[in-house]
Design a protein around this ligand. Structure first.
Ligand code: TYD
Length: 140
């Protein structure tokens, strides 16, 4: 986890099957276009303007974040530098590897943040204090 950096996180273009009259369909499939196997899906919605989510890192968990509706900003931090992504496309997924501090804010009205995760909810996998995160990045 110590070794992961912002360069290990990337935006993934998800296959979209579009149809002029019938709309679009985007696929996330284990073993096909997902960089990890998905075990859990959750989504954030009705986030009031000005509210911030996230504010933690994970020890082992991989996540992919998709703005399936509306927009929001994801700021990633590897302890050395930060990078922000404005997500506003339903066919773009941001893959976040373990060991990256993430903050989500600037939610537009009606935004829905879909999160695909590599494991079930395990509170012990969270690092919720920034100083603990920095310490984890400097451990041998
Ligand atoms: P948290 O991860 O802190 O939310 P966010 O990072 O989006 O601000 O989770 C908020 C609450 O929901 C916390 O009490 C844990 C709980 N929770 C679950 O029970 N299962 C889950 O899969 C997730 C993601 C959160």
């Amino acid at each position: 986890m110590k070794q992961t950096t912002l360069n290990d996180c990337r935006l993934i273009e998800l296959d979209t099957i579009g149809h002029q009259r019938r709309g679009n369909l985007t696929v996330c499939e284990n073993g096909y276009n997902m960089p990890f196997d998905v075990k859990r899906v959750y989504y954030l919605y009705d986030v009031p303007g000005g509210e911030s989510r996230g504010g933690h890192s994970h020890r082992e968990l991989h996540e992919m974040i998709v703005a399936v509706s509306g927009s929001f900003t994801v700021t990633l931090d590897d302890g050395k530098e930060k990078r922000s992504y404005m997500l506003n496309r339903s066919n773009k997924g941001l893959h976040i590897v373990p060991g990256i501090w993430r903050t989500l804010d600037d939610f537009s009205s009606g935004a829905v943040c879909l999160v695909l995760a590599s494991d079930k909810y395990i509170e012990a996998d969270y690092i919720r204090l920034y100083e603990d995160f920095l310490e984890s990045k400097s451990e041998n």
